[in-house]
Design a protein around this ligand. Structure first.
Ligand code: 4AD
Ligand code: MG
Length: 440
């Protein structure tokens, strides 16, 4: 959609639309991302959230514009009027022959983030500005694309998008990573996962999912842990373990296909080869039991005992071994939450799977079939040392029309890290929350 400029004749367009306007006069509204001079010509790099374009200012532009082009500081807000020309060497394939620059806001202080290397601490402290950076913008656009693809996948499969509360009175994923808040004089927690609520919703709607923020008071300071992150959770009635894995595999493949088709530009700026991702999801995902995974991890020289959770080195060893997404199934029940159904042929292991991404991006999905028998659930609650009272409503789901059901939770930031090839989760969300980071 193009709007009209103030002079009534020149269309206002976004940088990403410029290639459709070659030879035409347009106005771009954005911010100065860089300037340089070469003899009598000045170059103005302008970004507008959809991309970057180079404006070329020659002495044939009006005097004021020529003077401004010399002096505009980084992050000055400007409207730039010019004619679009095709240029194969330019990113996006176009340049702008600038005719006039209208300043909107000219900072009178130097922009704190210079176009040079800064330490991560320095940048994180200025995250509110850093998100304007040339790598951050495509990352956030890619995140949007991945989330869009997830929603489209579930819409297509006729899942209902729903919600789960954030303020809760119970734990889902163990009591050690709960954030407590004062709820009118009694303790409440920030939800670790919407799963228990989705189990209720799926008995009402059949197929349900939500995408929402969840919270973990993780003491771990690693590149894979945030204290607030976004989870996509899906839950489906009458869905059994095998079908659950197929659903996850289809979802992940769909997201990869979508972003590698629709976000080539972003992937290119990020230096991520889309072919690598496409190759990784081309064939069926690998599957391994936890017990066999332990052997693989050990033979890669990583110390691990049966009964320990998969740490980062173990996950890395598995992704190195399989080089495509791998489901690790049949975890010992001692390291999995109370709600997981047990394997009929081996009650010591859970009917569950974690999906480990390739290339060392770690576990991106955790899922399982759920206990659907009331007595069994009550027993597993007791074994987990959880008070039964706050879970009464959850037990109720097993009293009236209980059916086999399964679901999973996908970590949005870990998935975006893998898709984008970004090492640390902190860059995959606009304002990350970590053990040592609550600002900005
Ligand atoms: O494996 P998790 O803990 O599973 C659950 O919470 C289930 N209740 C989900 C369900 O079945 N509905 O978390 C799911 C995913 C992980 O695989 C991981 O990708 C991500 O959430 N995740 C984190 N991401 C960032 N920071 C953290 N601290 C994370 N903890 C888990
Ligand atoms: Mg997990």
């Amino acid at each position: 959609m193009t709007a009209r400029n103030g002079d009534g004749s020149t269309p206002i367009v976004y940088v990403e639309e410029l290639s459709g306007h070659v030879g035409e006069g347009v106005v771009i509204r954005g911010w100065v991302a860089g300037t340089r001079s070469s003899g009598k010509i000045k170059f103005l790099i302008v970004r507008d959230g959809t991309g970057l374009v180079q404006g070329v200012v020659t002495p044939s532009a009006d005097k004021e514009t020529f003077r401004l082009a010399e002096e505009l500081p980084l992050e000055a807000a400007v409207k730039v009027k010019g004619t679009v020309s095709a240029d194969d060497r330019a990113p996006g394939g176009v340049e702008l022959a600038v005719e006039h620059v209208t300043p909107v806001h000219i900072p009178n202080e130097e922009y704190p983030i210079a176009p040079k290397e800064h330490g991560v601490g320095f940048l994180m402290q200025r995250r509110h500005l850093w998100i304007r950076g040339q790598k951050q913008m495509p990352l956030l656009r890619l995140r949007d694309g991945a989330l869009w693809a997830m929603r489209a996948f579930f819409k297509e499969r006729r899942f209902i998008a729903t919600e789960a509360p954030i303020l809760v009175s119970t734990s889902v994923e163990g009591t050690t990573t709960l954030f407590t808040v004062d709820y009118f004089g009694r303790p409440a927690y920030l939800s670790q996962s919407g799963q228990l609520y989705l189990e209720a919703t799926c008995a009402a709607l059949g197929k349900a999912y939500w995408i929402g923020p969840v919270f973990r008071a993780e003491k771990s300071k690693t590149r894979r842990h945030l204290t607030e992150f976004w989870m996509l959770e899906a839950e489906m009635a009458y869905l059994e373990h095998e079908e659950n894995l197929q659903l996850q595999e289809d979802l992940v493949r769909h997201v990869v296909e979508y972003v590698t088709q629709e976000h080539r530009r972003e992937l290119e700026v990020l230096g991520r080869d889309p072919q690598v991702l496409m190759d990784e999801v081309e064939g069926p995902f690998a599957r391994v039991s936890y017990a066999d995974a332990v052997e693989i991890v050990r033979s890669a020289g990583v110390e691990m005992e049966y009964g320990q959770d998969l740490g980062a080195p173990a996950e890395d060893a598995l992704s190195e071994h399989f080089r495509r997404p791998v489901f690790v199934e049949r975890f010992p029940v001692s390291i999995k939450p109370f709600y997981m159904k047990r394997c009929a042929d081996e009650p010591g292991v859970a009917l569950c799977a974690d999906l480990i991404a390739p290339e060392g991006y770690g576990e991106i999905i955790g899922g399982s079939q759920r206990v659907d028998d009331q007595q069994e659930l009550e027993k597993q609650l007791r074994e987990a040392g959880l008070a039964e009272e706050p879970y009464q409503w959850y037990v109720d789901l097993r009293r009236w029309g209980s059916v086999p059901h399964s679901g999973f939770g996908l970590g949005v930031e870990r998935t975006v890290a893998w898709l984008s090839g970004i090492h640390h989760l902190r860059e995959t969300i606009p304002f990350p929350r970590m053990i040592d980071r609550l600002d900005p």
